[in-house]
Design a protein around this ligand. Structure first.
Ligand code: NAD
Length: 406
């Protein structure tokens, strides 16, 4: 087999921003035959299918109809986080391999069901955490894990998008779903990236999470306000005592020097690392403004092809799928791909705990902005600490929780 027959489930913003380049303009495009598309949003489905000549009989509103009608080898599930599990499980049960953009799912119950379905079906599941392929993260991981910096003690990561990403009042909104920033949070959209990158580097088990949320800018947007968080600070305590703060938001002024302003610092027993992730070295001064261009992530080349780790990260997953179908993937590689850390289970655990922490926290809402009456400024939610083992046991039961936490 030389090509995978791929069905695409969901063709919203992530496809527009990243995956259409993978499917049609990359070194990996020759491995992929995009044979069918399923998306209930007729306008998005039609726009994608018209642009890339997907015939009408292979366009579906319902992914179940696509799975029943079209011969496929793999699917990519580009639906909102809370709709990852059902199409992924249906595809795995139909004998297909599945790529999902990060995060694995919105809850550990969903993530566990997806991991379990892949094991049961003997198929591959891969989660595209593209930051893992950033050469700076990879180098930091190799050096940290060689023992060069000793033990992590404390670390801060931040990832802040321009307001235009979350603002549904933009002329061309970033997200296909107008309520994206209400049903999602900076935690599900952004913390997930940094949490995963950190855990890839230090390979530590998270034990407790507490979040603080700020909802002060988005509710004031006009004419359509957004009932959601501007900024979230997720505090993670790891086994052994290391502490992380992951600060994410989507309310930076649109004049910011990059769509995503991001960085991190790790302080360890034997050294310190600064990862200036939004300074990739291409600084542009133009009538549109001053900006940092990140060709490491997506590099739009002169000949129309697109490279960068945003493309190679999922591209390598499809190479593995093809090798698996051709009997050329070793059992060690198959086992590595099934590792829960690699499948984003612990990242999902931290993010769910952070969301739970906020939901169960105390929000200032008494009209007293200085916190005199209830002790919390309006629009600020102080979350409750969440013990991750208890959360796992409550959601999955003792046996399944033990499989992940030991
Ligand atoms: N937008 C990005 O830059 C980005 C980057 C990395 C990861 N992601 C992840 O990609 C996923 C999709 O996000 P997005 O930004 O494209 O959201 P989006 O709202 O822009 O698009 C989601 C698409 O899924 C479709 N959809 C909803 N239910 C469906 C169903 N049952 N079957 C088929 N299609 C369905 C919607 O109609 C829409 O077209 C999310 O998990 C997100 O976290 C997004």
């Amino acid at each position: 087999m030389e090509k995978l027959r791929l069905g695409i489930i969901g063709v919203g913003s992530v496809v527009r921003e990243i995956y259409r380049h993978l499917y049609f303009h990359s070194d990996y495009s020759r491995l992929l035959d995009i044979v069918a598309v399923a998306d209930p949003n007729e306008a998005f489905r039609a726009a994608f299918c018209d642009m890339y000549n997907i015939p009408p009989q292979r366009q579906f509103a319902d992914y179940a109809d696509m799975l029943a009608a079209v011969d496929l080898d793999a699917v990519q599930v580009n639906t909102p986080d809370h709709i990852h599990a059902a199409p992924t499980i249906a595809a795995l049960e139909a004998g297909l391999d599945v790529v999902v953009p990060k995060p694995t799912a919105a809850t550990i119950a969903d993530a566990h069901a997806m991991i379990h379905a892949a094991q049961k079906a003997g198929r591959l599941l891969a989660i595209d955490f593209h930051k893992r392929e950033d050469p700076r993260i990879q180098q930091c991981k190799a050096r940290y894990q060689s023992g060069r910096y000793g033990q992590l003690q404390s670390t801060t990561w931040y990832m802040l998008d321009k307001l235009s990403v979350a603002d549904p009042n933009e002329e061309t909104p970033f997200f296909a779903s107008p309520n994206f920033a209400e049903v999602n949070t900076p935690i599900s959209f952004l913390t997930v990236h940094m949490c995963d990158a950190l855990m890839q580097i230090v390979n530590l088990m998270p034990v407790e999470v507490r979040a603080t949320g700020y909802s002060q800018k988005l509710p004031a947007l006009t004419p359509r306000p957004v009932k959601g968080y501007d900024l979230c600070d997720t505090e993670i305590r790891f086994r052994g005592g290391a502490l992380a703060h992951i600060i994410t938001g989507w309310h930076l002024p649109n004049t910011a020097h990059a769509t995503t302003v991001q960085s991190s610092r790790l302080i360890c027993t034997d050294g310190m690392v600064d990862l200036d992730l939004d300074k990739p070295g291409y600084h542009e001064l133009h009538p549109d403004g001053i900006s940092e261009v990140n060709p490491l992530f997506l590099n739009f080349e002169h000949d129309g092809s697109v490279t960068g780790y945003g493309i190679s990260s999922p591209g390598r997953m499809y190479q593995k799928f093809l090798a698996y179908r051709n009997g050329q993937l070793s059992s060690e590689e198959v086992a590595q791909m099934a590792d829960p850390m690699r499948l984003g289970f612990f990242t999902t655990l931290v993010c769910q705990a952070a969301e739970d922490s906020l939901r169960e926290g105390q929000t200032g809402a008494d009209g007293v902005a200085d916190g005199v009456t209830d002790g919390v400024t309006d629009g600020v939610t102080v979350g409750r600490p969440i013990d991750l083992r208890s959360l796992c046991v409550r959601q999955l039961g003792e046996d399944a929780a033990g499989q992940y936490l030991g």
